[in-house]
Design a protein. Structure first.
Lengths: 263, 321
């Protein structure tokens, strides 16, 4: 298994994709955090609500809006094997398909961790920098802020594993990327706004189990909730829900894609 | 030398919807020889190879390598090398990166990777991205990948695709040397002539069924000589053919006033003597033995069936449907 995991890690680092995506994520997260931080400083004091919650939701914006990056990386780890047919030499070298999916999920964790650290540092750097420039306390001394940041890193790590599961379930690269982008950027945000509006508490409850909401729940600081949309789980519940999605997708992928003929 | 490893296929069957892609296929691939796996496109060759390699699941039957199913071999890359298609590479990786990726699982070192690139003539392209490789270069890199684990068995699907003539000659001598070590080679092709100079045995497949399996030399025995005759006197020629009981097939289309036929199971001298005795004017009299390619095409049903000389060699004739 350790050979399989290290092979999967080397697959990832042997193409240019990883640092291109990492740079885009860092830039995008820094931009979002700076814009959000700036707009907060321009908002009248009384509308800001609990200041520490606002600051935390800006420092963890990678978990609210940037989780698609580690998810893409995880998805591509599976779909690019099918797209470029490297799945053939991969399975010829080690025919165990369960071991392959497991190795990919394990290998995705350190890669997701890298994306989580870089994405979160970008948010904190740009957010705190903007606060400092506008004479607002960036609250960097608060342990609560750092706890949220650390959990944001963990949530982004789990997202890369969810991506592997999605890729196993939908091995067609275009289909899985379109699904991922459509769901995370459109379907889930709309559902999280619409469900509570339509179904009240029940809707909030359902919305809190959506994967994006679960990831946000892990940080304890929800941007969506700061904008008063839907409910949110406890951090550990969020972690369990997100890991559950990863395992469910992987199991479905093992029972469908990886049970079929390959090549 | 280790005792050779055989590939054994028994009753292998695979259906895709209504199509029986592989139908009750049984054959053996012996060590120390190069076995050509021949058949037209769509005959089921690749499906069979995928089942042997554990990539596809048979509906019935078994395929084993050295007595074990591929998926039961603990480190299969050290025992079996296979190239199924010339495009199994990430275009963003370099040739050496690609080899290094699969090297640990095959027990190969960096030095072995360099050695293999040199063997297949890709040393100069080692640090180039595969995306810019020609089909022939991909074939070579695929072969290098298959050889990482120094396997006893090599399975190649259409390896000559995209190779230039020099590459084909090189591959031929490589395969010969590999088999001379007592190792086992199964190489598929849809063109007999491409592998005819490198194979010892042939297994011929058509529409999922085996139509022939024998040493290559026995394939040549299936060729029936024919005599091409043309005459301006169509009635006279027909009479002559009928008198002697030759089996005739229409030859080249009638040219002007002449009629052409191809006669099987006789010789040019016998036909010439008979025509002379019958006072028949001949414009053409030519004996011809069809080539192996014609025999092959007849076996797979893409050329007129061959009339068998003497009783058909039934020992090598299985499942002729």
């Amino acid at each position: 298994m350790s050979t399989a995991v290290s092979t999967e890690m080397r697959k990832f680092f042997s193409t240019r994709l990883w640092w291109v995506l990492l740079l885009i994520m860092a830039g995008y997260m820094a931009f979002l955090a700076a814009v959000l931080a700036f707009s907060i400083t321009q908002t009248p004091q009384e509308v800001q609500g609990d200041k520490i919650d606002v600051v935390r939701s800006i420092y963890t914006v990678a978990t609210s809006l940037g989780y698609v990056f580690p998810a893409i990386v995880g998805t591509l780890a599976v779909t690019s094997e099918f797209r470029h047919r490297t799945i053939v030499p991969t399975l010829l070298t080690d025919p165990s398909r369960t071991r392959l999916i497991t190795a990919k999920m394990i290998a995705a964790a350190p890669i997701g961790l890298l994306f989580g650290i870089v994405g979160t540092i970008a948010c904190i750097g740009a957010g705190a920098g903007t606060f400092a420039l506008t004479d607002v306390d960036p609250l960097l001394g608060s342990p609560e802020v750092w706890r949220s940041a650390a959990l944001s890193v963990v949530a982004l790590t789990v997202w890369s594993i969810v991506g592997v599961g999605l890729g196993a379930m939908l091995p067609n690269q275009v289909a899985s990327l379109v699904t991922l982008l459509a769901f995370t950027q459109f379907v889930e945000p709309v559902a999280r706004m619409a469900l509570p509006a339509v179904l009240d508490d029940a809707g909030s409850r359902i919305a809190s189990f959506l994967p994006g909401a679960a990831g946000e729940a892990m940080t304890g600081a929800s941007l969506f909730n700061a904008l008063s949309m839907g409910g949110i789980l406890e951090w550990w519940q969020g972690a369990l829900v997100l890991v559950g999605y990863a395992l469910l997708f992987a199991a479905v992928g093992r029972a469908t894609t990886f049970r079929r003929d390959i090549g | 030398m280790t005792p050779g490893t055989s590939i054994t296929v028994r009753g292998l069957t695979r259906r895709f919807g209504q199509v029986l892609a592989v139908d009750d296929l049984s054959f053996d691939v012996a060590p120390g020889r190069v076995t050509g796996f021949l058949g037209p496109n769509g005959a089921g060759k690749t499906t069979t190879l995928r089942m042997i390699l554990g990539l596809a699941r048979p509906d019935a039957g078994t395929a084993t390598i050295g007595g074990r199913a591929y998926t039961d071999i603990p480190q299969p890359a050290r025992e079996v090398g296979a190239v199924l298609e010339a495009s199994s590479f990430h275009p963003g990786r370099t040739a050496i990166q690609h080899l290094l990726l699969f090297a640990p699982a095959a027990g190969a070192t960096r030095a072995r990777c360099d050695e293999l690139l040199s063997l297949v003539g890709l040393t100069d392209a080692a640090n180039r991205r595969v995306g810019g490789f020609s089909l022939g270069m991909r074939q070579r890199l695929g072969l290098a990948t298959a050889l990482l684990g120094d396997p006893q068995v090599l399975i190649l699907d259409e390896p000559t695709n995209g190779l230039d003539p020099g590459g084909i000659v090189w591959l031929r001598s490589f395969l010969r040397g590999f088999a001379a070590d007592g190792r086992t080679i199964l190489v598929s092709s849809h063109v007999l002539s491409e592998v005819q100079q490198s194979v010892d045995d042939v297994v011929v497949l058509a529409r999922g069924r085996m139509v022939h399996a024998s040493p290559l030399s026995d394939l040549a025995d299936l060729a029936t000589p024919a005599v091409h005759v043309s005459s301006p006197d169509a009635a006279g020629l027909a009479r002559l053919v009928a008198t002697h009981g030759w089996s005739a097939t229409p030859g080249n289309p009638a040219d002007g006033g002449r009629t052409s036929v191809a006669l099987l199971g006789t010789t040019a001298s016998a036909v010439g003597a008979a025509a002379h005795a019958a006072n028949l004017e001949l414009h053409e009299l030519r004996g011809e033995t069809p080539g192996l390619e014609h025999v092959f095409l007849s076996l797979v049903g893409e050329a007129p069936p061959l009339e068998r000389r003497v009783p058909a060699p039934t020992t090598h004739q299985e499942d002729r449907s």
